[in-house]
Design a protein around this ligand. Structure first.
Ligand SMILES: *[C@@H]1O[C@H](CO)[C@@H](O)[C@H](O)[C@H]1NC(C)=O
Ligand SMILES: *[C@@H]1O[C@H](CO)[C@@H](O)[C@H](O)[C@H]1NC(C)=O
Ligand SMILES: *[C@@H]1O[C@H](CO)[C@@H](O)[C@H](O)[C@H]1NC(C)=O
Length: 534
């Protein structure tokens, strides 16, 4: 009898062995920049499971290296590099945005939108050319078809890969949070604007009437962006290479699986779909020991602990004015500060602050002495902070950063300070506030972190499981709704309601006609009986 559990175990494990996938061939079409840095983690995980991976890259790429132990690359020659996340283009762009922000008016907001749209428009043109160069190379396309890939992995924020996947007829997996017109959920799942704040709105999921009205406007701006800014270059590629004539959005909606870079410890709860798998924070990993000089500095902080500050890879110099404000505020506090700063050394820098060109961010966040993380609000950093349970002070600059930080503020694990109105006093008091254990920021963040870790499987393993699922079953069409193939009036049942209304009207009309007839009949009878009796 005692051997039954053992037998069951053997049966179970052999069943799970059968489920294991034969090593597959994965074709990866990444988006350059920080998006690739996270997707690379997925590529490495797939490689460790024995899959063969091929990655497209442009010869102008900064991040996707040509040689790697994890993948083979296909380099496509391009004359231009994408501008989003190119150091020079972005630094200039951010400076402009900050200047516009200072003049806080409705025109400034419109100008800001205009600038963001220009940046995206230029970028999409360049990125769409990349897809066109691949599709236009007959030899390459033939080689790709002959190779017999099992699955196509791409990031649809620039949807060139989606067109190529359709062309090659491969099962499509998206590694996604944003698509080219905002949050990826909006493309496939019901997204009521009454409680889902739209990108750039800076709202939470609790909106008053005024905010809900504004939320509609923020939505309209993204609809505009979709039709006039970000979709046309890719639609042109579709029109050129896909004969049957398809809409670029429908190709995205047709994806087999959405590996969504979202975790509900961070995102507001919302409706979702069966082919959406949540892997937010899949880049999270335990901290490694710090380099000895940094460890010594961190240890020297004593009971006060350390605060670390970085504004991401894009902007390492906030300009002399802002840098002086930050340095002065830091110098006035008992904590030690590690600050990633590349500009001129501020005159007011205290001896409690260490300037660095680069920092092992994850290892610092995982260090027990780290008390607070000052960040621009990119999701990579935010998920690392949640992973390690470190509260956040956000200084948002562009794109989704403000919206990301709103999610932390609402959960009581962070605060937001605007760069345009930042003063020594406001920064100091915000820092003191978050560092104060009585204010519960740390406590709340530790709770959030526990929720984030409490999962049956690590997010990266979940991602690999579902990639292999798609490979085993050559897609996951049974999880995909057909809703996107419906015209809008059918989707919202306008036609069905119209038919029902028509029937109702007809019935009411009949009843009315009948009643009139009956009444007339009765009257006439009464009249005739009256006349008879007379
Ligand atoms: C990439 O290839 C294009 C076209 O062959 C060439 O003009 C350009 O100089 C190359 N760029 C780099 C950075 O190698
Ligand atoms: C087309 O692809 C082939 C095979 O990968 C490659 O050798 C060739 O250089 C490419 N041609 C152009 C114009 O990029
Ligand atoms: C740092 O500066 C403070 C105040 O100026 C001074 O009291 C302290 O000794 C200095 N510490 C070191 C390690 O230089």
């Amino acid at each position: 009898m005692a051997s039954y559990p053992a037998l069951a175990l053997i049966l179970l494990s052999s069943a799970s062995l059968c489920l294991r996938c034969e090593a597959g061939k994965v074709l990866v079409y990444p988006v350059d920049g920080s998006h690739w840095l996270t997707m690379k983690i997925l590529v490495e995980a797939l490689h460790s499971r024995g899959h063969q991976i091929t990655v497209f890259r442009s010869n102008t790429s900064w991040y996707v290296s040509e040689t790697s132990p994890y993948y083979t690359s296909i380099t496509v020659p391009q004359n231009e590099a994408q501008n989003i996340e190119s150091q020079d283009a972005m630094t200039a762009f951010l400076k402009k945005c900050i200047d516009i922000h200072r003049t806080n008016s409705i025109w400034a907001t419109l100008e800001l939108y205009g600038n963001v749209f220009d940046l995206i428009r230029e970028n999409q043109k360049v990125v769409a050319k990349f897809a066109a160069s691949i599709l236009g190379n007959k030899t390459l396309v033939k080689e790709l078809k002959a190779e017999g890939y099992d699955v196509f992995l791409t990031d649809p924020v620039f949807p060139g890969g989606v067109v190529l996947a359709h062309y090659l007829q491969l099962p499509l997996v998206l590694n996604v949070r944003w698509i080219f017109n905002g949050d990826g959920h909006f493309a496939i799942a019901p997204s009521p604007l009454s409680y889902i704040p739209q990108l750039f709105s800076k709202y939470s999921d609790k909106m008053d009437l005024f905010q809900r009205i504004n939320n509609l406007f923020y939505h309209a701006a993204l609809v505009y962006m979709h039709h006039y800014v970000s979709a046309p270059p890719f639609q042109a590629v579709c029109d050129e290479y896909i004969k049957e004539g398809v809409n670029i959005m429908s190709l995205v909606q047709n994806a087999d699986l959405w590996l969504m870079k979202v975790d509900f410890t961070f995102e507001f709860p919302r409706p979702t779909m069966p082919n959406v798998v949540y892997i937010g924070g899949f880049q999270g990993k335990p901290a490694k020991p710090l380099p000895s000089d940094l460890e010594e500095f961190v240890q020297s902080s004593g009971e006060h602990g350390v605060v670390i500050m970085t504004m991401g890879t894009l902007l390492n110099d906030l300009g002399p004015e802002v840098s002086e404000i930050i340095a002065t505020a830091f110098a006035s506090l008992p904590q030690k500060f590690v600050w990633r700063h590349k500009g001129k050394r501020p005159a007011s820098l205290g001896n409690n602050t260490m300037l660095v060109n680069w920092m092992p961010q994850n290892d610092l966040l995982g260090h027990p002495k780290t008390k607070l993380f000052i960040t621009h609000g990119g999701t990579n950093g935010i998920y690392e902070a949640i992973y390690h349970g470190v509260p956040v002070l956000g200084i948002p600059l562009i794109f989704d950063q403000f919206d990301n930080l709103v999610r932390l503020k609402v959960k009581g694990v962070g605060e937001i300070i605007e760069i345009t109105t930042m003063e020594v006093e406001s920064l100091t008091s915000d820092l003191k506030n978050i560092l104060d254990p009585g204010k519960k920021y740390k406590e709340n963040m530790v709770k959030l972190s526990q929720l984030h870790h409490d999962k049956p499987m690590k997010p990266v393993d979940t991602a690999v499981f579902w990639m292999e699922f798609v490979m085993r079953h050559k897609g996951a069409a049974h999880l995909r709704t057909e809703s996107y193939k419906m015209p809008w009036y059918s989707y919202h049942n306008v036609d069905a309601i119209a038919v029902l209304l028509a029937i109702l009207m007809a019935v009411l009309t009949l009843v009315w006609v009948f009643c009139r007839w009956v009444i007339q009949f009765l009257w006439s009878k009464k009249d005739s009986s009256k006349s008879k009796s007379e």
